[in-house]
Design a protein around this ligand. Structure first.
Ligand code: HEC
Length: 159
């Protein structure tokens, strides 16, 4: 009698432990499936270079805060933007433009360098439009990453 009671208690305990183990197995399988599916969709989104370029552009966009930017290239939307986009984002990403600051002469020299060594085509009448655009939006003084120099400082004597 006592033995039988003990045995059924033992069976109950055993069943509970088995159920517990089964629960843990199911949960970890679920967790494994979820992480597997997530990593799979991550890697399909990440077509390598494109994703890297986008994040680079996004961080560069911060240096142009406050300006209207083209969502695709992050170039400033301004006079001549379409011509610049059409001529200057074929061989390399717009990041090369955004991360540089030159004077009009500096940009002209870069363009000449690309024409002489990198196969950039003659820009014809577009060249002036492009240079105006670059000199306006990507001039050295337009570097928004740094604040403008302070003016009219009132110095005071330290006691
Ligand atoms: C025919 C292809 C081609 C076109 C079109 C082109 N570039 Fe380039 N450009 C290059 C190559 C190649 C490099 C070197 C890339 C590198 O170093 O990874 C370069 C580099 C640059 C650089 C970096 C220069 C440096 O000193 O680091 C800038 C800025 C630049 N291009 C701006 C422009 C602008 C502005 C235009 C439009 C007028 C333009 N590119 C159009 C081929 C091109």
């Amino acid at each position: 009698m006592q033995d039988e009671k003990n045995q059924s208690k033992y069976m109950q305990l055993k069943n509970r432990i088995l159920a517990f183990i089964a629960l843990i197995l199911v949960l970890s399988l679920g967790l494994f499936l979820i992480t597997w599916i997530q990593s799979d969709s991550d890697s399909s989104k990440d077509s390598g270079k494109e994703a890297a370029e986008l994040t680079e552009l996004d961080s560069l966009a911060i240096s142009q805060e406050g300006k209207d930017l083209d969502p695709e290239t992050q170039l400033v939307l301004g006079n001549g933007f379409e011509i610049v986009k059409g001529n200057c984002t074929n061989c390399h990403s717009s990041a090369l433009i955004i991360q540089n600051r030159f004077t009009r002469e500096g940009w002209k020299a870069k363009i000449e360098w690309m024409q002489e060594t990198q196969g950039l085509w003659p820009l014809g009448e577009s060249e002036d439009v492009i240079l105006d655009y670059l000199a306006e939006h990507y001039a050295p003084e337009a570097y928004v990453g740094r604040r403008a120099p302070l003016k009219d400082i009132e110095w005071y004597e330290l006691d």
